[in-house]
Ligand binder design. Structure first.
Ligand code: F6R
Length: 260
């Protein structure tokens, strides 16, 4: 696991965009794993800028969302399908039919979850998965206690997550209780995972996921078992890391050929 401590969101957005740009140049039909929430927004802004100003090409790329609320009506502005369209895919030249998200309004949720797993497999798997992390250590919506081997399925949100996400809705009562999320086992199959965390409210989750025990109480800690994870954090999110100086030193002296 590589930890890169950066001054702020702009630098984090640029570095993550560098990794995605390098991937697309190497593999124009790359499969991108897309997170919602606030953390990836600087990355989407930077990718949209590079598309507009430098012609970064997404025409052959595919995207798979991490998760979706259950029960929001089709086209609801806070459904993750809509958020990803608005914040990212409408701003680049990715084909709309190549952007996938779990079907949160399916009558048969288990079948919809299996279909989503099958679609990821049929696309060849995720090349680069963007992630944020919840204050309780969730990735996707794999709340504490999630099986470390879990696949795409329905989950109940913890009240803290509903409170954290209430800022996107009129009030907390509008935040759904259920979601469909890629499982931890699903996320672990992505070839490269780039996790972004900013702000002091993420400091404990970042410490637990990077330096704590691998345990379902912090679902993101499973990433310690992944061979290629990059954690991009600002100073505030890094403030509880015991080995922060080592991470800084390592990154400052990293061989240029290594990339992320
Ligand atoms: C979003 C997702 C969540 C968020 C997490 C952090 O698709 O899966 O795990 O990444 O809740 O959200 P923000 O970035 O808004 O703090």
């Amino acid at each position: 696991m590589e930890v890169v401590i950066l001054p702020g969101s702009k630098q984090i957005g640029a570095l993550a965009a560098d990794a995605i740009e390098a991937l697309l140049r190497r593999k124009p039909d790359a499969v991108l794993g897309l997170a919602t929430g606030s953390s990836p927004l600087p990355v989407y802004d930077e990718l949209a800028r590079r598309h507009e100003q430098a012609g970064l090409d997404f025409s052959r790329a595919q995207g798979f969302a991490l998760d979706e609320y259950v029960g929001l009506e089709h086209g609801h502005p806070q459904s993750y399908r809509e958020v990803i369209r608005r914040e990212f895919t409408d701003r680049v030249n990715i084909a709309p039919e190549n952007v996938h998200s779990p079907d949160g309004s399916a009558a048969d949720i288990p079948s919809a979850c299996q279909a989503y797993e099958d679609a990821i497999t049929a696309a060849g798997g995720v090349d680069l998965q963007l992630l944020g992390v919840g204050t309780d250590g969730h990735i996707g919506f794999n709340e504490p206690g999630s099986s470390l081997a879990s696949r795409t399925r329905i989950k109940s949100l913890i009240e803290q997550t509903r409170r954290d996400n209430a800022r996107f809705f009129k009030n907390i009562h509008d935040v759904p209780h259920h979601v469909i999320t890629q499982g931890l086992g699903t996320i672990m199959e992505a070839r490269h995972v780039v996790l972004i965390a900013t702000g002091a409210q993420k400091a404990q989750a970042v410490r637990d996921l990077v330096e704590g025990p691998v345990a379902a109480i912090c679902a993101a800690s499973v990433l310690q078992m992944h061979p290629h994870v990059t954690v991009l954090v600002d100073e505030a999110a890094a403030s509880s890391l015991r080995l922060a100086d080592y991470y800084r030193h390592t990154y400052d002296n990293k061989p240029a050929w290594q990339g992320l």
